[in-house]
Design a protein around this ligand. Structure first.
Ligand code: ZN
Length: 320
């Protein structure tokens, strides 16, 4: 069940909406799956209960006392919380008392034997299940690595990537009004893991990092003219957002408001028509309220409107 869920998730991650990719770092899912496998395996190792003690006399005892064939004729005698099985073949009461005394001695001598003879549950099925689980995880990781290498930012060759990054840096420098550098954080040291963001920049700094997904979206737009509506729009907004941080704006809502306005020109410079660029940034503004849920600092302020305090071009009645 767990493995089916993992397989489905990884395939959804590869072929499903990009939003899933940027929302959930896939390595966390692998880590959880691995943790569960280890957990189940450890549980299986611990869960080796001793079999319920056979409360009838042991075969060896029956043989010793010559009652091997008469297991059915056993008399259960309870004394306090003790239970004794007495071989019974029509003895009188006083004879039974003697038998009880004999059995009790016998029980005291043999009690530890019963405990140590408890059979251990075989270990192999648990080990096999665990190894199968590890195998499934390893194969999925391999598939993911293979697919990623062919379709993502990593599939773009090194020279082209360098060219693309130089282009992104130029565009960001225009918005920041100073020379800045954009990096695509392939190693995910800065974005995508901890910050849960598409990009990161120091306010007033000269370098910003974007996730490989966003870099790839921008690359596809600028170099291949490919547009995947919401992803392309988001990538433009992210690049403009980080550029505004580099320019010195720290407030997240204000930064985003400026970014969505700059995103129109940025989109046009990277190959969109003005109409499409405006429509994309308006869409981003509409979605801002949804995205900002749970992270209020990213919500654009009410002044982010045509003619508002944050309107960068008050002479223009279009916004963004
Ligand atoms: Zn920001």
């Amino acid at each position: 069940m767990l493995r089916v869920a993992l397989v489905l998730f990884v395939f959804a991650w590869i072929f499903g909406p990009r939003e899933l990719r940027s929302a959930v770092p896939v390595w966390i899912v692998f880590l959880i799956a691995l943790g569960l496998e280890v957990h189940f395996f450890a549980g299986a190792l611990r869960r080796t209960p001793p079999p319920l003690p056979d409360r009838r006399p042991q075969t060896v005892d029956r043989e010793r006392y010559g009652y091997a064939e008469e297991a059915g004729d056993l008399l259960l005698v309870r004394e306090g919380d003790e239970e004794l099985w007495i071989p019974y073949s029509g003895e009188r009461d006083d004879e039974v008392d003697v038998l009880i005394a004999t059995m009790r001695e016998q029980l005291d001598d043999d009690a530890p034997v019963t405990a140590t003879s408890a059979e251990r549950r075989p270990l192999w099925p648990a080990v096999r299940r665990f190894l199968t689980g590890l195998g499934v995880i390893a194969v999925l990781a391999l598939v993911l690595w293979f697919v990623e290498g062919r379709t993502g930012w990593d599939s773009v060759d090194g020279d082209t990537r360098a060219e693309a990054v130089a282009r992104f840096s130029d565009e960001a420098s225009r918005i920041a009004e100073k020379p800045v550098t954009i990096r695509c954080d392939e190693s995910r040291d800065y974005v995508g893991l901890v910050q849960h963001a598409d990009g990161v920049a120091a306010v007033g700094g000269d370098r910003a990092y974007l996730t490989p997904e966003r870099c790839h979206d921008l690359y596809r737009l600028a170099f291949d003219g490919e547009v995947t509506s919401s992803q392309t729009a988001r990538a433009l907004a992210v690049l403009a957002h980080e550029a505004w941080h580099l320019r010195g704006v720290s407030d997240e809502g204000t930064t985003e408001c400026y970014a969505l306005q700059s995103g129109v020109t940025l989109g046009q410079r990277l190959g969109l028509s003005e109409g499409t660029a405006r429509q994309m940034m308006r869409q981003q503004l509409t979605e801002n309220a949804l995205r900002a849920r749970g992270a209020f600092e990213y919500l654009v302020p009410p002044e982010c409107r045509d003619g508002g305090r944050l309107d960068l071009d008050r002479g223009d009645t279009r916004f963004p």
